[in-house]
Design a protein around this ligand. Structure first.
Ligand SMILES: Cc1cc2nc3c(=O)[nH]c(=O)nc-3n(C[C@H](O)[C@H](O)[C@H](O)COP(=O)(O)OP(=O)(O)OC[C@H]3O[C@@H](n4cnc5c(N)ncnc54)[C@H](O)[C@@H]3O)c2cc1C
Length: 377
């Protein structure tokens, strides 16, 4: 017997889930598969003793787009969490983003004029002509102290390279804030979904058939074989693919590069409060992780004991989890060559951060998925 679907959606992340929710509402029948053994892709949260653990790194929902905020609010109530990360450099603690609290701690100053003067003095004293690398770019924007204590080590850990070997374009601007405001994001809408992100995806996929631990290639092959043998099989009109675009094409043009991450989770049932903040960055190079997340603080201390995650940046090789695309000239060119191949695949849509090889915040993913729905349906 043949079971027929309008769409095979590859990936239960935010992109695939928004798409299948909207397609189902419009009367289309979707089958959603994921190679992982859980839904929700990288926004997956796991509940432990009332704490929602962000398994793939800290996720804070923030947007300037009222429509997207309202859309997401249909699936969850958002709390009033404001991201105010801290940084630790050699035992000294600073507020982020760089603001008057940071400057006051660095130099003992009080007013914006004093802070501006201090930064100007440091920039004027630099022997920098034409900007040749990230170090010179950051120094010329923020001066020596902010660069040495808060940018250098963190960036070198993130990219696995010396700042003098990194291109300047990585830091286009450095927001220096001359107010005592620790709110990291400037978007008017910000929060964490009460009950975790997984519950959002569960709602989006309610009533839709989902198959986990199912890789696209193997699934496709198994259905083809079943059809050839005259056994039960599944057919579909179209595929929405939210996996890696180069993997879809069997890396025939070469592989796109990423930076990866390793998450080290520590469960501390006996500890009530480990670091007093959801996110603390470690900005010296000698400490191998870039930040520690204490999950319970995303929901104002709810839950028993505490759970922390240390985040270690890693180089990436084929088979590792791809987190951040390396959008340099070489990779962007390769991606556009893959897009050329993609444009010839009549019944396949490519979406999401991996299908479109770009860093996408969650609000932008929802926006892009809704745009695809509008165009497609
Ligand atoms: C460390 C980190 C922190 C972040 N923090 C924030 C934040 O604070 N705020 C914010 O707005 N955004 C944040 N983001 C971005 C956010 O994670 C993404 O916008 C969002 O998760 C992308 O959703 P997606 O559906 O495109 O991809 P994913 O969530 O990656 O979903 C893709 C899914 O496809 C599945 N898949 C892939 N290939 C196959 C295959 N061959 N067969 C079957 N299934 C397959 C994968 O298993 C995965 O589940 C962060 C990202 C990272 C890496």
């Amino acid at each position: 017997m043949k079971e027929h679907f309008n769409y095979l959606v590859v990936g239960t992340g935010l992109f695939g889930s928004v798409f299948s929710y909207e397609a189902s509402r419009r009367g289309k029948k979707c089958l959603v598969i994921d190679k992982r053994d859980h839904i929700a892709g990288n926004i997956y949260t796991r509940e432990v003793r009332g704490i929602h653990v962000h398994e793939y790194g800290a996720h804070i929902f923030h947007t300037s787009n009222r429509e997207i905020w309202d859309y997401m609010s249909r699936f969850a109530e958002f709390n009033h969490f404001i991201n105010s990360p801290m940084a630790i450099y050699k035992g000294e603690i600073y507020n982020l983003p760089f603001n008057m609290n940071t400057f006051s701690k660095l130099w003992g100053i009080k007013t914006p004029d004093e802070a501006r003067e201090k930064i100007r003095e440091q920039i004027d004293g630099l022997p920098i002509g034409e900007i040749r690398n990230l170090e010179e770019q950051a120094l010329s924007l923020a001066g020596t102290d902010v660069y040495e204590k808060l940018i250098k080590g963190y960036t070198e850990k993130q990219w696995g390279r010396d700042c003098r070997e990194l291109p300047a374009f990585i830091i286009k601007r450095l927001p220096l804030r001359f107010t005592y405001d620790n709110n990291y994001f400037s978007d008017p809408y910000q929060g964490i979904p009460v009950g975790g992100y997984t519950a959002i995806i569960e709602k989006m996929l309610e009533g839709t058939e989902v198959r986990l631990s199912t890789d696209y290639r193997e699934f496709e092959k198994s259905q083809k074989t079943a059809a050839e043998r005259g056994e039960d099989f599944i057919s579909y009109d179209k595929v929405l693919y939210t996996g890696m675009i180069d993997e879809y094409f069997d890396y025939c043009l070469g592989n796109l590069e990423y930076r990866s991450l390793q998450f080290e989770v520590e469960d501390m049932p006996e500890c009530d409060n480990y670091q007093g903040n959801a996110v603390i960055n470690y900005t010296e190079r000698e400490i191998p992780y870039t930040r520690i997340i204490e999950h319970k603080h995303f929901e104002f201390g709810k839950g028993e004991g505490t759970i922390i995650t240390r985040e270690y940046p890693r180089s990436w090789k084929k088979g590792d989890e791809p987190y951040y695309p390396v959008n340099d000239e070489k990779n962007n060119k390769l991606f556009s060559d893959y897009m050329e191949l993609a444009s010839r695949e009549e019944n396949v849509l490519f979406g999401g951060r991996l299908g479109q090889y770009r860093y996408y915040d969650m609000d932008k993913v929802v926006e892009a998925a809704l745009q695809m729905v509008e165009k497609e349906l």
